[in-house]
Design a protein around this ligand. Structure first.
Ligand code: HXC
Length: 284
């Protein structure tokens, strides 16, 4: 098994825990993965984990400047990385990017719908345009990407879609009515596509992170409504998720490790959503 010549010299971000992966490094050898929002935060973690296990990457998001540094990191791992500016709200642009990327990379096997939009707001103060912006990015965008990816996934011999949702899809969450409703829609879409596309060898699953440390979303939440320690105290495993935790779950579902799993919703929150606030912490 080889990872490409540059791998030995690559400087890995230690916080991504790539050097302690429980998976074989060639798990995704020969696979091509598209990750929306793949340059920053959770998306960057997912992209690098897929690349470190053999995949070539297509990174797509609105801002090319967000993508280039991650693409460089992927190339340093000895993998190919295409950068494609794209707003997931624009179905024509999405169709063009997906078609051309699959052609250039000679296939498409994995799609991760990670691009999202969110801001904290009281529902009664949320403008129709603010509602639309978030729902169009999260729900419409996921649909546009899935729809465009169907043919290349099928024609590449089958594949895996992983949609990033959130733990509040079932509960709702204050100040996140737009995001919660859109992500709940993504979960339902995940299951409908799993039902339709299984016969084409395409598995469709979702990963639901809790609050993920070090991301823009976490920074905003903590700034607005609380201290980090309070959020951590509500997690039975005692810490927030890291991008690496989410990436490991995505890799599992996208790889042969998840071979017979479709329509699943894998929660990655350290037990927060079942533990309840301060559950399990005697000193809380
Ligand atoms: C109230 C807001 C707002 C805010 C935008 N709007 N930000 N309203 N509070 N903080 C309103 C605007 O006033 C406008 O409505 C409408 O939303 C569209 O705003 P635009 O800036 O014109 O839209 P756009 O440029 O398309 O930006 C989309 C966005 C933006 C979602 C609003 O935040 C974005 O692009 N985010 C992408 C990155 C992101 O959000 N990542 C976090 C994901 S984290 P009006 O009526 O004035 O025209 C996550 C989990 C973490 O999902 C949860 C914690 C937050």
């Amino acid at each position: 098994m080889t990872r490409g010549p540059a791998r030995e010299d690559a400087e890995l971000d230690p916080s991504l825990e790539l050097d302690s992966s429980p998976f074989r490094p060639d798990l995704l050898e020969g696979r091509v993965a598209l990750v929306t929002g793949g340059g920053t935060g959770i998306g960057r973690g997912i992209s690098l984990w897929l690349a470190a296990h053999g995949a070539d990457l297509v990174l797509a998001s609105r801002n090319r400047d967000h993508l280039e540094p991650a693409a460089q990191e992927i190339r340093a791992l000895g993998r190919r990385a295409l950068v494609r500016p794209m707003d997931v709200r624009d179905p024509d642009r999405v169709a063009t990017v997906v078609r051309e990327a699959a052609h250039e990379m000679e296939g498409l096997h994995i799609v991760v719908n990670n691009a999202a939009g969110n801001f904290l707001t009281r529902a009664e103060e949320l403008s129709p345009n603010g509602w639309r912006a978030v729902v169009e990015i999260v729900l419409d965008g996921t649909f546009h990407v899935c729809r465009s990816a169907f043919e290349p996934l099928r024609d590449s011999g089958g594949g895996a879609v992983v949609n990033i949702t959130t733990t509040y899809v079932h509960t709702g969450a204050a100040f996140m009515a737009h995001s919660g409703a859109a992500k709940a829609g993504v979960l339902n879409l995940t299951r409908s596509l799993a039902a339709e596309w299984g016969r084409h060898g395409i598995r469709v699953n979702a990963v639901a992170p809790g609050l993920v440390a070090g991301t823009e979303g976490a920074r905003r939440l903590v700034e607005s409504v609380g201290r980090l320690a309070e959020f951590e105290a509500g997690v039975p495993l005692g810490r927030l998720a890291a991008p690496a935790d989410v990436a490991r779950a995505v890799l599992f579902l996208a790889s042969p490790a998840g071979a017979h799993i479709s329509g699943a919703h894998l929660v990655v929150d350290g037990g927060e959503s079942v533990g309840g606030k301060f559950g399990g912490h005697e000193d809380a």
